[in-house]
Design a protein around this ligand. Structure first.
Ligand code: MEV
Length: 414
């Protein structure tokens, strides 16, 4: 059976890693070459994706190992510029084996908002009476979505002031992120809403607070696997800090988003939408952590995340960007919900790793090696010199550019 547990993956040469991932995911020779080219977005596709293109801004793509999600072994592509994130996720996933993570999602329902100004006093009842016509008109815009079981399902009306109503159209967007389908439907029903309400429709746009499109993941860390009951208690206290203090909650959630965004970006999804949704969701009852941690009756650590995740596997960059296509192939997901489940688990794992490090040895220890290597590289070290300079700086406890240059001079003189 395939396993995402690949001991020593981090020490292997890049080509060997690619070979293993390729075997795991059944990549083609062309896809392997694409990964190894470190230059996967062709000029013509880049030029088509946005305006005024002059180049490409690349990010490293790493693979988080060790994940088991709903019983499935999964390798997870993560695109991120920050050191230690991929290692932390992999390590957190390793400690959760062999049970791994459990995850589920709601139906992929997004909200389109239509703002109505100066409606007649009975506008709310009128909208209710005409609901079916409004939904039919919305669904006439996207027959394909409807044929796949998606489409506009319901309407909600919210009165924001005496002069302003907002109508929410709830659209099951199936495997899309959904902005296109929802915005098209919102625009299409606005004129009919004007007629029904006697008001004027102004904005017609998706809401990124995707409260109906929630992914949930859970994990139990056995106390022996994470350093004992003392570590469990410390992680619970670290969580309580975030639940009591917005300053800490922001950083706690940032750590979750390190993992979430990295997979969202690797799969070509809209990470600004995910960020906006996650933080707005965290604020619905005062800004709170997106995860919860507690000690269960056996003294083990139980963790849970609940996060809106509007991600797609069709449309947009997911189907255009060659790396996004490869990432989705590695993940082997059949639905957008399955992708959301994986992303929620990565967020939970990332949070666990951060809290465990912070509550025990501190975060800097784990950052040191790659940080020292970066400094050595910036000081001009090449090839094997990088490790030698980095190692010496760590031994001395001085990770600085001036010291890196001195050490480099010393080893070059020898
Ligand atoms: C750093 O990118 C993320 C952390 O600050 C998250 C946290 O503090 O929980 C380590």
């Amino acid at each position: 059976m395939k396993s995402s547990r690949i001991p020593g993956f981090y020490k292997m040469p890049i080509r060997e890693r690619v070979r293993i991932v390729s075997e795991f995911a059944g990549l083609s020779e062309e896809e392997e070459k694409m990964l190894l080219s470190f230059n996967a977005l062709p000029e013509n596709i880049a030029d088509m994706m946005i305006e005024n293109v002059v180049g490409c801004m690349q990010l490293p793509l790493g693979i988080a190992t060790n994940f088991i999600i709903n019983g499935r072994e999964i390798l997870i592509p993560m695109a991120i510029e920050e050191t230690s994130v991929v290692a932390a996720a992999s390590n957190a996933a390793k400690m959760a084996r062999p049970e791994g993570f459990k995850a589920k999602t709601t139906e992929p329902v997004m909200i389109g908002q239509i703002q109505i100004l100066n409606p007649l006093p009975d506008a709310e009842e009128k909208i209710e009476e005409n609901k079916e016509d409004l939904l039919n008109l919305a669904n006439a815009q996207d027959k394909v979505l409807v044929s796949f079981g998606g489409g506009a399902k319901d309407l909600e009306v919210r009165k924001l002031s005496d002069e302003m109503l907002v109508v929410h159209i709830l659209v099951d967007v199936r495997d899309a992120m959904g902005a296109n389908a929802v915005n098209t439907m919102a625009e299409a029903i606005a004129p009919l809403l004007e007629k029904i309400t006697g008001g004027k429709a102004l904005l017609r746009i998706i809401s990124n607070l995707a409260v109906h499109r929630i992914a949930e993941a859970e994990v139990v860390y056995k106390k022996e696997a994470i350093g004992g009951e003392e570590v469990v208690d410390k992680i619970v206290k670290a969580y309580e800090f975030a639940s009591l203090d917005i300053f800490r909650a922001a950083t706690h959630n940032k750590g979750i988003m390190n993992g979430v965004d990295a997979v969202v970006i690797a799969t070509g999804n809209d990470w600004r939408a995910i960020e906006a949704g996650a933080h707005a969701y965290a604020s619905m009852n005062g800004y709170k952590p997106l995860t919860q941690w507690k000690k269960n009756e056996n003294g083990d650590l139980y963790g849970k995340i609940e996060i809106p995740l509007a991600v797609g596997i069709i449309g947009g960059a997911t189907k255009v960007h060659p790396m996004a296509k490869i990432s989705l192939k590695i993940l082997n997901v059949k639905t957008a919900n399955e992708l959301a489940e994986i992303i929620a688990c990565v967020g939970l794992a990332q949070n666990f790793a951060a809290l465990r490090a912070l509550a025990t040895k501190g975060i800097q220890a784990g950052h040191m090696k790659l940080h020292a290597q970066n400094i050595a590289f910036m000081a001009g070290a090449k090839g094997e010199e990088i490790d030698v300079v980095a190692k010496k700086m760590i031994e001395e406890g001085k990770i600085r550019m001036d010291r890196a240059k001195e050490i480099l001079d010393e080893i070059r003189k020898k």
